[in-house]
Design a protein around this ligand. Structure first.
Ligand SMILES: [Zn+2]
Length: 450
């Protein structure tokens, strides 16, 4: 067996691990690079082999940094199945066409305003490309062994994190490798904790929070403080949020706070028609999270769902304290950019981030205290309060990652991926100290015999 790391190295984005054994090739995850420009440009890099030579793709979960390259791979000649869980497919049916649409809009906007260096600016793929790619998706169940080729088999276990998220155990004649996927927290307010992993000869583990411990604060208390502080100033709380996962947790928390009268009864706008569809998918997969059908329904009760672009624009003229939840979560694109343009310049408002902000994103710049940010080619001054509630994050922290690894029999080697360089290296050190296991932080395009 040979593994090649085609992404998810030195960054939290672009996860792609190519396995090659006995004439077959499996790509575990097929994610988009996001954030820093030198990373985004990798989305245009030629693959080490033709797309048609990859036999299958196996997705750990639906987030675009794990699934968003599938339409491009299909353009590059891939003709095989894309295996994933049922919830992952349902979420990809929303996320991938939206990703294509966003890329078309960005290319069109860049061409119209002439601020792209590429002429003409091209989308990586279109909404139509994404819809065609979805035809290749095939659902597989958790816990069942799947062996489509002689000498190969794999099995998925629940990883918490978001609906449908899995850790993947791949076995072949003579060895095995376990991919953590993105691991959820053991104390998530919505998702169940990750299941016990299956031991393997090699382990690929994520390290988003490999150098951090989630603060021991009560999420609801912290969220109530931010909202009350902003409301007292007469301001608007803008929450950039992943449409999948974070938006639902945020709505659930706001609903609980309102019910307990711990925040004022202020209007809440969910400016993401897709997030509303995702909430319906939560209702269909009650076994994967902690909420009852009633709590799922309550998430979108008392929330104004904004569907049209005109209604979305109207949200930029609110005069009463309100909360706006809108994608994307790292402010890299999407409708939230228009709200940042409208509300970042006013000191009464708050921009509240609800999860990890990758290097090079507007989210990371704002949290680092940027006095202005560039949106659609123009600089927007930032006078609003900028806050981060990382306890709302869907990722395990360093202790939870080590605890998950601690349930495994000693592997021959651990590969630490899906982290900024400092976080990945901190987790490597911690694994070596705690377990004395051989541990490597692979680099982009590194290839290894297993
Ligand atoms: Zn994820």
């Amino acid at each position: 067996m040979r593994i090649e790391f085609l992404g998810g190295t030195e960054t939290v984005t672009g996860s792609k691990y190519l396995l090659e054994h006995d004439g077959r090739r499996l790509l575990v995850d097929c994610g988009l690079f996001q954030g820093l420009k030198q990373l985004r440009l990798r989305n245009w890099d030629p693959l080490p082999i033709e797309g048609s030579k990859i036999d299958a793709v196996l997705l750990t979960h639906a987030h675009l940094d794990h699934s968003g390259f599938v339409p491009r791979l299909v353009q590059l000649g891939f003709e095989g199945p894309v295996y994933c869980t049922e919830a992952t497919r349902e979420l990809c049916e929303l996320l991938l066409p939206d990703s294509g649409r966003l890329q078309e809009e960005e290319a069109e906007f860049a061409n119209r305003h002439g601020f792209s260096k590429h002429k003409p600016a091209l989308p990586l793929y279109t909404e139509q490309d994404a819809r065609s790619a979805l035809k290749r998706f095939e659902v597989i169940s958790f816990d069942q062994e799947h062996s489509p080729w002689p000498g190969w088999s794999w099995r998925l276990r629940r990883a918490g994190h978001i609906l449908g998220a899995a850790s993947v155990h791949v076995a072949w004649t003579g060895g095995s490798i376990l991919f953590s996927g993105d691991l959820g927290r053991s104390d998530d307010l919505v998702m169940r904790p990750p299941e016990a992993p299956e031991s393997a000869d090699y382990v690929v583990v994520e390290s988003t929070y490999g150098d951090r411990r989630h603060r021991d604060v009560d999420t609801l208390v912290a969220l109530a403080e931010v909202i009350n502080r902003t409301a007292a100033r007469g301001g608007i709380v803008v929450i950039p949020s992943f449409a999948v996962g974070r938006a639902q947790t945020v709505l659930h928390c706001i609903q609980r706070l309102k019910k307990a009268r711990r925040i004022p009864d202020m209007p809440v706008y969910l400016n993401s028609p897709m997030a509303a569809d995702v909430t319906r998918i939560y209702r269909r997969h009650l076994d994967e999270h902690r909420l009852s059908a009633e709590e799922c329904a309550a998430m979108s009760k008392e929330v104004t769902i904004v569907n049209t672009v005109d209604d979305s624009k109207r949200l930029n003229n609110l005069s009463f304290p309100s909360i706006i939840v809108s994608a994307s979560g790292m402010a890299t694109g999407g409708r939230v950019l228009h709200h940042l343009k409208a509300y970042a310049p006013d000191a009464r408002n708050t921009i509240l981030f609800a999860g990890f902000q990758a290097a090079g994103t507007r989210g990371a710049a704002l949290l680092a205290g940027a006095e202005s940010i560039k949106i659609h080619g123009a600089y927007v001054p930032v006078r609003a309060e900028v806050a981060n509630l990382d306890t709302l994050s869907a990722h395990a922290d360093r202790e939870q990652l080590l605890a998950w690894l601690g349930r495994l029999r000693a592997p021959r080697r651990v590969f630490v991926t899906h982290g900024e360089p400092v976080a990945a290296d901190a987790l490597r050190l911690a694994i070596e100290e705690r377990h004395a296991w051989s541990t490597t932080v692979p680099v982009y395009r590194e290839s290894r015999a297993l």
